[in-house]
Design a protein around this ligand. Structure first.
Ligand SMILES: Cc1ncc(COP(=O)(O)O)c(C=O)c1O
Length: 399
């Protein structure tokens, strides 16, 4: 890579990843083959989940999870406003209403009291809450799930940033995706994410019935198990299932991952512990080099008890107090070869949501959005890059 600082996030591909993809391309199945099954087994192992189902991307997975969990017209999905568009859009695809929660102004995470407030504002029956583990750190899932269960609300964890994150829960270690506190957990393998398959995603769930339903939804709603055929006359001849026959009890999608992508995923997943250690090292380097510039530049604080796989290196800066603007700082960083990003524009302020689902003011969201800036964090970076990025930023801010 010419300049690893030019982008806030980036995939990390090595020779063995290329070998894995080459061998998939030369195999018998480019899709629907055993590499998909293997990747799903490996994902279930890493996340300690009962089931993992791969899919075309994180957005497709959130859509299927909403479908499988009964998010329909006349119900509400509860979503934090600081997230990528996909979390809320998945509920819109099912025709549901969306209510946005506020977030903690420093961590950008939905907190239990934000959920309680959002439940009171739902225009229709709340069907699902989708906490987002932003940047790789986890929401307080125990308390969020206590509130959701008490209100008969299903839970989809949006862990598109958090594959590989662990956390302490009283005296236990939990793994993001293990299903302790949710019905389904969504992972994404987009190139900026913790591992990549190009596009791609996976849903984990502890529930056999939900997995069955998701499996059908991934492939047009088709069922091939004769025990589940409804049209017995069409499905059987002389008591034996017809070899060509399949049935569609509900509609579905084509949201499958290919074997080419799964081959890359299998290879990338083996590197997850190495990626986690490297990203932690880079996060620590940022903490060290940013320390002299506190409180003007503050890294998003560590959530106690969480051992994240750091997806983002987000800092909070009071641009106004420093007599500048974020736009100006980003432009100057860019001319000096440093790529930054904002995660995220509050989704409730997108024109579509303002028009269709107007929300009250969300002060934590506003405060976080005003100050947030994401600096480069990925496996190509070393401490010297971090030092360069921090010194350049501090110079631009005249610190
Ligand atoms: C929090 C969050 N949710 C959902 C998604 C959607 O994932 P994908 O890009 O794989 O569709 C993303 C991806 O950017 C994300 O960051």
């Amino acid at each position: 890579m010419k300049n690893p600082l030019s982008s806030y996030g980036r995939h990390f591909i090595e020779e063995d990843d290329l070998d894995a993809v080459r061998s998939a391309l030369m195999g018998d199945f480019l899709t629907g083959g055993s590499r998909v099954d293997q990747f799903e087994k490996d994902l279930a192992g890493v996340t300690r989940s009962r089931h993992a189902l791969t899919c075309a991307n994180g957005t497709a997975g959130l859509h299927m999870a909403c479908h499988a969990l009964g998010v329909t017209r006349g119900t509400t999905a509860i979503v934090p406003s600081i997230t990528f568009l996909a979390t809320a859009n998945a509920a819109i695809m099912m025709g549901a209403d969306v209510v946005f929660t506020d977030v903690n102004p420093s961590t950008a995470l939905m907190e239990p009291h934000h959920l309680e407030d959002a439940i009171k504002r739902c225009p229709s029956k709340p069907a699902v809450v989708m906490p987002v583990h932003i940047g790789g750190q986890v929401c307080d899932m125990k308390r969020i799930s206590d509130i959701a269960r008490a209100n008969d609300i299903k839970i989809i964890e949006d862990a598109c940033h958090a594959l590989g994150t662990q956390y302490r829960d009283r005296d236990q270690t939990r793994y993001v995706g293990d299903g302790t506190y949710s019905d389904a957990t969504m992972l994404s393998f987009h190139p900026v994410k913790n591992i990549t398959t190009g596009e791609g995603g996976a849903i984990t769930t502890p529930d056999d019935q939900i997995m069955d339903r998701l499996r059908g939804l991934r492939s047009h709603g088709m069922v091939r198990d004769p025990a589940r055929f409804l049209n017995r006359d069409m499905g059987f001849t002389a008591g034996e299932p017809n070899p060509w026959y399949y049935e569609m009890p509900d509609y579905g999608y084509n949201y499958r991952l290919t074997d080419i992508q799964a081959a890359l995923g299998i290879s990338q997943l083996k590197k997850l512990p190495r990626f986690q250690a490297h990203r932690e090292k880079i996060r620590k380097a940022y903490e060290k080099h940013l320390a002299p510039f506190a409180p003007h530049i503050r890294p998003v604080p560590r959530v106690p008890g969480c051992d994240p796989l750091w997806h983002l290196m987000t800092v909070l800066i009071d641009f106004e107090a420093l007599g500048t603007t974020r736009a100006q700082v980003m432009k100057e960083l860019s001319t000096k070869g440093i790529g930054t990003q904002v995660h995220y524009i509050p989704v409730h302020q997108q024109p579509f949501y303002q028009k269709n689902f107007p929300q009250p003011s969300l002060p934590g969201t506003d405060a976080y959005y005003r100050q947030t800036l994401t600096l480069p964090l990925h496996v190509h970076l070393e401490e010297t890059h971090v030092e360069q990025a921090v010194q350049t930023l501090a110079g631009i801010l005249s610190l």
